[in-house]
Structures are given as C-alpha cells and as structure tokens.
Design a protein around this ligand. Sequence first.
Ligand code: TNX
Length: 479
Amino acid sequence: MTLIPMPASIRISTGGFTITDQTTIIIQNSEPEMFALGNLLREYIEQHTGLKLEVTTEGQEPGSIQLQLNENMTMDAEGYRLVIATDSVHLDANYPAGLFYGLQTLRQLLSMHPARSAPFHLPAASIQDSPRYRWRGAMLDVARHFFRVEDVKRFVDLISHYKLNRLHLHLTDDQGWRIEIKSWPKLTEIGGRTQVNGGGGGFYTQEQYREIVDYARSRYVMIVPEIDTPGHTNAALASYPELNVSEEATDLYEGTTVGFSSLSINMEITYRLLDDVVRELAALTPGPYIHIGGDEARSTPEPEYRQFIKRCQQIVFAHHKIPIGWSEIGDAELDSRTIAQAWVGAGYQGAKEQGCKVILSPANKTYLDMKYDASTPIGLDWAGLISVKDSYDWEPGSYIEKLEESEILGLEAPLWTETVVTMKDIEFMAFPRLAGLAELAWSPKDRSWEEYKGRLAKHGKHMEALGISFFKSPDVEWE
Ligand code: TNX
C-alpha cells in the first residue's frame, strides 16, 4: 500500500473490485453536499480511467460504490470506514468530512493501478480511519509574494488530498496588505501594490476572498486569516500617515528584513484600525479563528507589546472570534481560549501556563521555506536545512519541551514566500515534505522513516499524476 497518510487501521484481503463503465456511484440522498461528494468521486475516477460514471440516489448494490452517512457514535467526526469487496465498495462516515477523507484514500488506491489501462482494479480492503490531531494545517504567506486565487485553490486541493483541514493565510506583512478592507481602502490601494523584489503585488477583493473561503469549505479546509501585528505592519503604515506617530507615511518596502515596523501602541487610531479590520474579516470568516501575528515585534517596547496583545485579543473576542498568535504572545496576559503557535523560542510556555492550547510549527522541522539541502535553488536556511527525512522523522507529541499531549491542538507547516514566487515554487518547497507532515498530523504515532521511505518512493507516481512539481529528494529511491 502506498497510502499517505497511512490509515489508522487497514486489513487487506485477496481479490478486489473492478471499476467498469457499468459501475454506479450511489449516494444516500440528493442533498447538495452529498451530490458534490459523489461528483468529486466521479471526477477522480474519470481523471484516472477516462470512464464517466453515473451518480445516482438509487440503484443496485452489486457493481456500485456507495457513499453513506450514518450515526455511528463510535466514529470520530472526521473518521470514515471504507470496505472494498469484490461486488461493491462501501464508504461511510458520521459527517461529510469523513466521506471526503475516505474519497482521498480511494483516489490513492485507484492510482496504484496504471492510468487509462483497464481493468481498473481496487484491492479488497477494510479500512477504519480517523485523525490523530484535530488541527492539521498548512500556512501560505501571500504577503511576501502575492498568489492568485487560482493558485490558492490549487494549494487547497493539494493539502486537502493529504487530509489537512486548515489553511492559514498570512495576509499582511511589511511588503504588502492583501485583503480589501472597505473602511480603510488605502490598505490595499497603496499597501497592496508591492511585494518582495518588486513585480507589483496584488490583493484579494472581499468577493475573491469569499470565493477562496467557499472553495476551501468544499474541500473541508477552514481558512484561518492572519493580520500580523504589531510588527510586520509597514504596508499599513505606508498607506495611512495618521497611523504613524510622526504623521508621515513610511515608504513602501520590498526588502526582506524583519522587525523594523510597529503600530503605534499609544495612539487610539491603532485600535480603530484593528477593530474595523477584525470586524470586516470576521464577517468574511465562517471559522472561529483570527490570527493576530504577534511575532518578531522588535520595534515595539516590551511593556507596550504586552499591553497591545491584551487589547488586540479583546478586539478579536468582541467580534466573536478566537485569537491565535505566534509564540511571543505567551509573554503577554492571555485569555485561556487564545491559542499560541510555537515556532522558535520558549514563548509558548507562557501561553501554556495560562491554560492556552498550542499549535506546533517548530521551524527546524515544519518550515517549508527552509532549503532541503545546500543546493536547493530557492528557500532560506536560518532554521537549518530540512531534508525529507528530517521533516518526517520526529515525534510531535514529545518534540517540544514541557508540553503534554493534551495541550497540543495539532500541527501546522508554514510556507513563507520571500524566495517563493510561482505555483511551481510552492509545490517544490511543499512536496514531498508536506505529505509526510500530514502523516504526522493524521496517522497513529507508531511509524518509521524506513517504512515511510519505501512508501513514498512508490507514491511519487501518484504525485506525478496529480501534476505536483515535487522535489525528487535523494533520501528516497524513487520508483
Ligand atoms: C520568521 S515565523 C518569520 C517570518 C519569516 C520567516 C522566514 C515567523 C512567525 N516569522 O516573518 O517570513 O521567518 O522563514
């Protein structure tokens, strides 16, 4: 089996199910969400086999693939059961998300057989699956370089195929403001024009952003928007002179230095800005979280930083959302519902001591913008080189000091884009590392690099079939 992530439990038997042009996809009812799932399966099968199957709510069980929701209380909210027998295939789950994950497994099983060469065989198997962690995320920095809606959608497709369920979008930074805020239009009119090393930048209108949110939702991915504060704010400070103590706008910035900008902590206009931004963002965000950044605020004096985080947190709660912040927020007074994202340093411990849950993004394991090795043409190396083996061969439950399993919400892999310019660059830095990190977030903890390495070697063909421009790491003997 070449499945990634590896299911929690899998039993293989002999024989299998053969897909022909007579096979039907039977969905339990004609609710739009069920139809959408049935059609997704139809698409996956057509892409691989060329066969166009019928999606129907009625039909004979023999010769069909059945998608069913049940209320089996013992199954996890994202879990599924997939039974492939010789005469039929049954996929069931408590919730649609589980069906979606079952379909991803089915898609990978299908691709073990060569494309377009009948008979299309699925191996007989019984799979019971559910995730280890609730938070399984990737982050895309659309501020350092801007990426079009189409690129973000493709990224959603790829991460959701590996059963990740959160896409954190880093929407603002020194080099660009990427989300339209109607009450502060210059944030994008001026602050959206630039990006690292020039080339124009860009931003999402609220309508485009909604399109991303809806698309992600159809792939069971929650968008987590980040407005980075109080540092990493030059794009905003360049857009509105009145946000600066000097009352003069800063210059737009296209370099890569961090830590030079800060909102003015003692000016009321700063909090009017934040209140408006969070209100508009909350209205665009069906998920419960808004990320407030909080990292590398090297130009904000410490006491003021603490005061700022406390107030910013209250603004997010006032708009009925839960704040998330990078490690450093642990130095401030936090509400226990706030979530800390550990990347480097011990800041998260302050958050943990205040009862906050933690998302793991250790830079030297999960940062997708680090080079694989010294010859990687793009990427950074400040957190070290991260080979495919390095990114897979660690145990999230015990890697970060002084964190209990129950304090860990899950795992997230950030892709910062100072050196990442195109969709191909995104895919090259993310894959195959992100597939392995997805396994760390989804699969049970007994695993080994030796076994995974062999599985990944076979899985390369599947990534090729998905058109992923992945790094052919020398750690793996690709088949
Ligand atoms: C650190 S990680 C940053 C980002 C950079 C990244 C580059 C974090 C919270 N801050 O601003 O883009 O390093 O790897």
